[in-house]
Design a protein around this ligand. Structure first.
Ligand code: G6P
Ligand code: ZN
Length: 552
């Protein structure tokens, strides 16, 4: 495509700066209050640190986009100028600065780009007084591995200058190529390539026939990035009734909501699906489009169960017809998927929390499907979790099996047993108190086996350490894991994505074998495990709270 002739050709300038403390990427990139990112030089320092840590940008190709939250548009312009001043050959940017996380991952792979920058704080609220974030993904399309994020952080501590251009903002509202200094900026449709990928993986004809037969669905885009993707795919290409996609217009503050697809934050959808007017299928996605929530009429599918059901039924979709090679889940995710892997004789991998840990396993071809309790599911089609992918795989399965979601769940539990599961979050706890709770447990670990807590006896306990079988690296201190003799499990860890104090996550699960009662309310089934967790970890005393802030 020819570059527009009126482009300016400004010369790169070097701006002196000094380091900001705390530019260390967490579970998923650097995430801070928006106003922190808006400080003069803050975004610039981190961006230059990324470029420097990957060996410079000269002659390289970058994908750039974000979830459209407050400050997205301004930050995209800053990064474009810096990419050009750092000598990038080409930057591929989503129209209007918009790209969902999985779509960005796909574009990196499709164009053989050297990496990508995604602006998002995922499911955290957006706005001037809310959250902002920036993550770097590598050439495989996945979140930068720890070695890279550590190098970015190290660079941020010694940075003394960044490069930029003295140039006007580029118009990102129309498709096509623009010239920025010596860099070509290609503005692309954020949806097209992603939708084409989905058409290759799933049986769109079967799903179209399902909708044509009267199947109903509601997809809640939560005023976040998936709106345009969902309208195009579900309503236009698959024939879901117009209006099936709600809250479809992305807004800088997500309409004042909290774009996290779970029963708490997607309450409206949850209530609809549990009520008399429920459609056949309900789903939602988060700020940047990588998370998902799945519901049937009268049934909420936990992310851990969803992973297991998707893995067990993946072969019904054309893209996975040959079967799956293996499954990976994060350690706190329930062991439901392990039972599927064992039954199918495929590999099962348990990794720390964070999608980046799946990258090596996917690249090495060891696993096809991955998932996390935090509402992330995905496969080797990209290197991020993918909300719409999960929804489409469910639709493909529903189209093939022609059974309601509730029947599919019941059949799954009858075959594998049910892993009752819940997560309790204690948010914005004083960091020292949360750390003290974990430190106490760590010190107790060797003595725990054999001890009883509220009637449950500890079988084994450890502080999870992951040994990556592909690159040999070790990631220690990834969460306290306590296994009880009746097969129950409690996991405790501190979140790596919060922006205020510490968030303590307590993951609770109990297996009810095939033939046992699978119809209990999770809080009933888990009552003994919840009591044991309190007796063991003294959560109330440490946090000063008598109940969790969020239960999922
Ligand atoms: C992000 C990451 C996930 C992770 C989740 C929860 O969504 O991409 O990989 O599971 O955050 O992380 P946290 O450290 O807050 O429990
Ligand atoms: Zn997300």
């Amino acid at each position: 495509m020819p570059a527009s002739p009126d482009s300016p050709a400004p010369a790169p300038i070097t701006v002196a700066t000094s380091p900001f403390q705390g530019q260390r990427p967490g579970t998923s990139g650097l995430r801070k209050k928006t106003r922190v990112f808006m400080q003069p030089g803050y975004l610039e320092n981190f961006t230059q640190s990324v470029f420097d840590a990957i060996g410079g940008l000269a002659g390289r190709v970058l994908v750039l986009g974000g979830d459209g939250r407050f400050f997205n548009a301004a930050a995209i312009q800053v990064i474009l100028r810096m990419a050009a001043a750092n000598g990038a050959a080409r930057v591929i940017v989503g129209q209007g600065g918009i790209l969902s996380t999985p779509a960005a991952s796909n574009l990196i792979r499709l164009h053989g780009a050297d990496g990508g920058i995604i602006l998002s704080a995922s499911h955290n609220p957006g706005g001037e007084d809310q959250d902002f974030g920036m993550k770097f993904n590598g050439p495989n399309g996945g979140p930068a591995p720890e070695a890279v994020t550590e190098a970015i952080h190290a660079r941020s501590l010694e940075i003394d200058a960044y490069r930029t251009l003295d140039s006007a903002d580029l118009d990102l509202s129309t498709l096509g190529c623009r010239q920025l200094g010596a860099t070509e900026v290609e503005i692309i449709d954020p949806v097209a390539d992603y939708a084409a990928l989905m058409e290759r993986l799933f049986d769109f004809d079967a799903i179209r026939a399902l909708f044509a037969g009267g199947f109903t669905m509601r997809f809640d885009a939560m005023h976040a990035v998936t709106g345009p993707y969902a309208r195009e795919i579900f309503e236009r290409r698959l024939g879901a009734a117009p209006g099936s996609v709600v809250n479809a217009v992305p807004l800088p503050d997500f309409g004042g909501g909290h774009p996290d697809p779970n029963p708490v934050w997607a309450r409206e959808l949850f209530d609809l699906m549990m009520g008399a007017e429920a459609p056949d299928f309900g789903a939602a996605s988060d700020g940047d489009g990588d998370r998902n929530m799945i519901m049937g009429r009268g049934v909420y599918v936990t992310p851990s169960d969803s992973l297991a059901v998707l893995a067990a039924n993946a072969a019904l979709a054309p893209g996975y017809a040959a079967g799956i090679r293996g499954i990976a889940r994060s350690m706190p995710t329930s062991r439901a998927a392990d039972r599927v892997a064992a039954a199918r004789g495929v590999g099962m991998y348990e990794t720390p929390t964070g999608w980046k840990f799946f990258g090596n396993l996917l690249d090495a071809g060891r696993v096809t499907i991955c998932g996390e309790e935090s509402a992330g599911t995905g496969s080797d089609h990209v290197r991020e979790k993918d909300g719409l992918w999960a929804v489409l795989l469910w639709l493909n399965i529903l189209a093939a099996r022609r059974e309601p979601v509730a029947a599919i769940m019941a059949a799954h539990w009858a075959e594998y047993g049910r892993d009752y599961y819940s997560r309790h979050d204690y948010e914005a706890v004083a960091a020292d108190r949360a750390e003290a709770l974990i430190a106490r447990l760590r010190a107790l670990l060797p003595a725990l086996p054999g001890q009883e807590f509220a009637g449950l006896r500890v079988e084994s306990a450890d502080d999870f350490a992951y040994h990556d079988p592909v690159d040999g690296s070790t990631s220690a201190h990834q969460g306290i894991r306590v296994m009880f003799t009746d097969g129950s499990r409690v996991v405790l860890r501190l979140s790596g994505t919060g922006t205020e104090g510490a968030t303590l996550r307590v993951y609770l699960e109990r297996h009810a074998a095939p033939g046992e009662d699978h119809g209990l309310a999770p809080e009933t089934a888990l009552a003994p495990v919840i009591a044991a967790a309190e007796a063991l970890a003294l959560i109330r005393g440490h946090t000063g709270r008598d109940r969790p802030d969020v239960t999922t």
